[in-house]
Structures are given as structure tokens and as C-alpha cells.
Design a protein around this ligand. Structure first.
Ligand SMILES: NC(=O)C1=CN([C@@H]2O[C@H](COP(=O)(O)OP(=O)(O)OC[C@H]3O[C@@H](n4cnc5c(N)ncnc54)[C@H](O)[C@@H]3O)[C@@H](O)[C@H]2O)C=CC1
Ligand SMILES: N=C(N)NCCCC(=O)O
Ligand code: NA
Length: 503
């Protein structure tokens, strides 16, 4: 079932290009720890070429080729990209599973989301044409004002490994739809499908330099992109720590950034629920994508009266999760992405133990899997709010549980976090759900579910989870700059100064 990984180079100015220093980074299959290929490693020289190519593409032909072309012209390319991705979806889903460890059923779903996202932004690109010169009403009859939306310029897109091609698409599709040109720097831990996106761009003859894809390390390829004076904006998804570095670099140039960072999102479950349904959402909310989702609802808050029964059923369901090689039929939990991530998660679990928490289920390597970065789906109880496991993002299949008595207490526990990406509530009382949706400090709230995401709705956080919104019209505006045009329409002299005599 395994398929060969294509040998690729950097994608700069519409061509494959060997990295200046000739360096490559091994690709490790996290399911068996073997090297299955390698990716090119860009350094500052390559970043320079990619940014120059993107700038040329932005201004080529007075911008008529891309930035100032009609939205409809750009939409055609986005639709061609979507359709090529659909043609290759099953192959790309396998590559994604091999590279990231995500179950094949999940990467198959992601690939469908990728194509849909390109199609969605193709529609928005088209509708942009009809929205130009929108009048703004001003209080003086002697003036008329309107707005134009223009692409921000050359954008740097720095993305993580948990949804490798999807997170890239959430940025690439709206950026290109808006008329920006871009340099994408995917994560060195999972870049394979982003390099295939480069191949797709070649096939659809995207104008050279409109999208450049440079793989490589964060410090060597990401940092020079973030601090490049000719990059007009940075959009980033990843860790809070790297987000802070990027914001610091960008601040030196007053370069705008949008940041989608970590989370420690709560799921509140009330006593009136159907336990089986709620248990499944609690599991999906934290163990999907092997627990590596920034919006994972990794803090489970249970109303005390149902906690005992709920946890019994939770453990029964968790025991039943198929943990296996991601390409195996029915896999629902694969390995985490890398050895570093594996070690980090194990450390979180051992610290939780030493701080006095109880491992209710899991916590170790599954016995039937001797190789690979596998960690059992883990449920931790007897947690207090000062423990690391309650406060910090694990980014792995680790759920921690606390109980509450009242709605007020639940809200207080939910908001006791530096993060504010997402939150979820399960209850049959919809009034209560809507109250809680308002009370939780986060950018995304799920009611009676956790994680389903549609590219039409805005995505992003509050507090230390970052700022700016991706997806939907909001994600499009991320890459558009608003220009006002104000015209004096009166025939009269302005009349502020006294007119000198003409003689
Ligand atoms: N919230 C989220 O979506 C994500 C959170 N994480 C968290 O971050 C931890 C570390 O994982 P990493 O893969 O190291 O995440 P990271 O945040 O360092 O990596 C994300 C992207 O940033 C790039 N990058 C790294 N350092 C950079 C720099 N100085 N300047 C510019 N770009 C840079 C990386 O190469 C990658 O493309 C994980 O254990 C997890 O807890 C990781 C990935 C996604
Ligand atoms: N595709 C869905 N549902 N979610 C994606 C979450 C991406 C993230 O971790 O930022
Ligand atoms: Na990988």
C-alpha cells in the first residue's frame, strides 16, 4: 500500500530549484521510524530568490498578470488547482498519512477540504470584481467616497505539520484569490504534500512566482522570510513561542501578522446529555488528528452528577479506538508526528503523574506496536488547575478531566486559561448552550459537537491563541488592503483661504 515519495526540489519562480546549499532533510515515517525520502532544505539565499520571484510576479506587466487581473481570472487558476487535487486525492491522502502519521481516513477527508477551500476562494475572487468601488456615504453632498480592495502584496505563509496541506491551503487559497503573491514555508516535519501542490501549480501553469514553496527548517527558512523587508505580511499557524518570534521580527518593519497559535480548549458536558453521543464527541474533540489540533478540546469539564457513569463509558469507548499504522483499514489513531513530539508528550504524562494526577487510561506505548511514535489515547483525572497538564498545550492524544457543580463554576474553569482558541458545550438545553457560547472567551465555539470546521466560517483565537481570522470572508480580508477614494464633486471654489485679488 505504501507509495514512493516523489523526489522534489524547491519551487521558485515556477521552476524546481535545488537549494543553494544543496541540503536535504530526511522524511521519517512516524509509524515505523524509517527514512522514506527527503525534502530540500532552503536557506536565506533561497528565501531571497523566492521573495524576489514573488515580487516580480506581483508587479509583472503592471500587475495585470495577477495582482490587478480580474478576480475571475485568478478564480480560473484556483479551480484548476482544486480539480487537479481532486484527481490526485487518493495518492495525496496516502502521502499525507505516510508523512504525518494521520489515519488515512482523516487525510482523505482533509484532501477533500483542501479542494473545497480552493473552490470556495475561487468564488470569493470572482465576487470581488463586483464589490469594487463600493460607495461610502459621507455627510457632505460636495464629496463622494468609495473603497477599493487591493491585494496586500507579497505574503509569507508559515504553516505547521498537523494538517500539512490543509493549513497551507487555508492561507494560499485566500492569498492568491485576493491577488497577493506568496512564499509558502511548510513545516519541515511534514512538507511532502505541499511540494506536490507545487507540482499541481506547474501543471495548471500558474504564472511563475505567484506561489513559491520553500521547504526547510524554521530557523533557516522561516526566520529569514518573517524578517524579509520585501514581504508585506506574514500569516502563521503554529506554536505560541514561534508566533512570538515571528511577531517580534515583523515588528521591526511594522509588518502586519496574523497568528493562529496554541490552545487548551474546554469541553463542558452537562447532566442532561445523551451519554453515548457526548462521549463520542469528547473523544473526537481530543483524539482526532492523533490529538494534534490547536483547537482540541483537551480539557473535559463534566457535571459532577454524571461524572462516574460518563468516565466509565469514556474509557470503554477509548479502549475501542483502533490504534495502528495510519494506512491500515479502520485506523482511528496513528503515531504522533515525530520523535521530538513523542518525547514531549511522554514528558507531559510523567509530569502529570508526578504532580499527583491519575492516569485513568493509556499513558504508554500500545503493547502491540513496538516501533513508531505511538502513544495510547490517554485520559487523566484528579487534576487541579495549577498542574501543567491542565494549563499547557500537549498537542497529543491526552485528555484531562475535571468536574463541576454549577454552570457558573463550569464557565469559570473554562475561562481559566491563557489561551482562547476554542470551546465546546454539550447539553440538551439550547438556551444554556447559547449562554455558554457567549460566556466562553474564545474565537470558535461548538455546540453539541467538537471540531467540525467549514471553510465558510471564521477561524482564529483570542487571548494568547493569537489574532486575525482565517477562512470565510474574514480570511479573504486578511490578504486585502482597503483603499478609500474621496472625490470633491462641487464646482465651487473650496474657499478656506481668502482669495488674493487677480489684478
Ligand atoms: N497550534 C498549532 O497549530 C500548532 C502547535 N504546535 C505546538 O508547537 C510545538 C512545537 O512544534 P513545532 O513543529 O516546532 O512548531 P513551530 O510553531 O515551531 O512550527 C510551525 C512552523 O513555524 C516554522 N518556524 C519555526 N521556527 C521559526 C522561526 N524562528 N521563524 C519562522 N518560522 C519558524 C516551522 O518551521 C514551521 O513551519 C508542538 O509541540 C505543539 O505543541 C505545533 C504545530 C501546530
Ligand atoms: N479541519 C478541521 N476541522 N480543523 C482543522 C484544525 C486546524 C488547526 O489545528 O489549526
Ligand atoms: Na514526516
Amino acid at each position: 500500500m505504501a507509495i514512493p515519495i516523489p523526489h522534489r526540489q524547491l519551487f521558485i519562480d515556477g521552476e524546481w530549484k535545488e537549494p543553494a546549499k544543496g541540503k536535504r532533510i530526511p522524511i521519517i515515517n512516524p509509524a515505523n521510524e524509517t527514512v522514506i525520502g527527503d525534502i530540500p532544505a532552503a536557506t536565506v539565499e533561497d528565501v531571497e530568490l523566492a521573495v524576489e520571484a514573488a515580487r516580480r510576479a506581483f508587479y509583472r506587466n503592471g500587475g495585470r498578470e495577477w495582482a490587478r487581473a480580474s478576480g475571475a481570472t485568478r478564480a480560473k487558476y484556483l479551480r484548476s488547482i482544486a480539480s487537479k487535487i481532486r484527481e490526485r486525492a487518493s495518492e495525496l491522502a496516502k502521502l499525507e498519512a505516510l508523512d504525518s502519521g494521520k489515519p488515512l481516513d482523516e487525510t482523505t477527508w482533509d484532501l477533500d477540504d483542501v479542494a473545497s477551500c480552493f473552490e470556495y476562494y475561487a468564488d470569493l475572487a470572482e465576487s470581488l470584481d463586483g464589490k469594487q468601488r463600493t460607495p461610502v456615504s459621507v455627510p457632505l453632498q460636495t464629496f463622494k467616497s468609495y473603497v477599493i480592495k487591493e491585494p496586500i502584496g507579497v505574503v509569507g505563509l508559515i504553516t505547521p505539520w498537523n494538517y500539512p496541506l490543509l493549513m497551507a491551503t487555508w492561507k494560499v487559497a485566500p492569498a492568491l484569490a485576493a491577488g497577493c503573491t506568496a512564499v509558502l514555508k511548510p513545516s519541515e516535519l511534514a512538507s511532502v504534500t505541499c511540494l506536490e501542490l507545487a507540482e499541481v501549480c506547474k501543471e495548471v501553469e500558474l504564472p511563475p512566482g505567484v506561489l513559491n514553496i520553500i521547504t526547510g527548517l524554521g530557523s533557516e527558512a522561516g526566520a529569514p522570510l518573517a524578517s524579509h523587508p520585501l514581504v508585506d505580511k506574514i500569516a502563521f499557524t503554529g506554536s505560541t513561542e514561534t508566533g512570538r518570534k515571528i511577531m517580534t521580527a515583523a515588528a521591526q518593519l511594522t509588518k502586519p501578522v496574523s497568528l493562529e497559535l496554541g490552545g487548551k480548549s474546554p469541553l463542558l458536558v452537562f447532566e442532561d446529555v445523551d451519554i453515548e453521543k457526548a462521549v463520542e464527541w469528547a473523544i473526537f474533540g481530543c483524539f482526532w488528528t492523533n490529538g494534534q489540533i490547536c483547537s482540541a478540546t483537551s480539557r473535559l469539564l463534566l457535571q459532577e452528577s454524571i461524572a462516574g457513569e460518563f468516565l466509565d463509558r469514556l474509557v470503554a469507548w477509548v479502549k475501542n479506538i483502533k490504534v495502528s499504522d495510519p494506512l491500515e483499514e479502520g485506523c482511528r489513531l496513528g503515531p504522533v508526528v515525530s520523535e521530538g513530539q513523542y518525547e514531549k508528550i511522554k514528558k507531559f504524562i510523567s509530569t502529570a503523574r508526578s504532580e499527583g494526577a491519575t492516569i485513568l487510561f493509556g499513558g504508554s506505548r500500545p503493547k502491540h506496536l513496538e516501533k513508531g511514535y505511538f502513544i495510547e489515547p490517554t485520559v487523566i483525572r484528579d487534576v487541579n488547575t495549577s498542574m501543567q497538564i491542565w494549563r499547557e498545550e500537549v498537542f497529543g492524544p491526552v485528555l484531562c478531566v475535571k468536574t463541576f457543580r454549577t454552570e457558573e463554576e463550569a464557565i469559570e474553569l473554562a475561562n481559566d486559561s491563557q489561551y482562547g482558541l476554542a470551546g465546546a458545550v454539550i447539553s440538551k438545553d439550547l438556551e444554556r448552550c447559547n449562554r455558554i457560547a457567549e460566556a466562553i472567551q474564545a474565537g470558535i465555539i461548538w455546540i453539541n459537537c467538537s471540531q467540525p470546521t467549514f471553510c465558510q466560517a471564521p477561524w482564529g483565537g483570542t487571548k494568547r491563541s493569537g489574532f486575525g481570522r482565517e477562512l470565510g470572508q474574514w480570511g479573504f480580508d486578511n490578504y486585502l488592503s482597503v483603499k478609500q477614494v474621496t472625490q470633491y464633486v462641487s464646482e465651487d471654489q473650496w474657499g478656506w483661504y481668502s482669495s488674493p485679488s487677480k489684478l
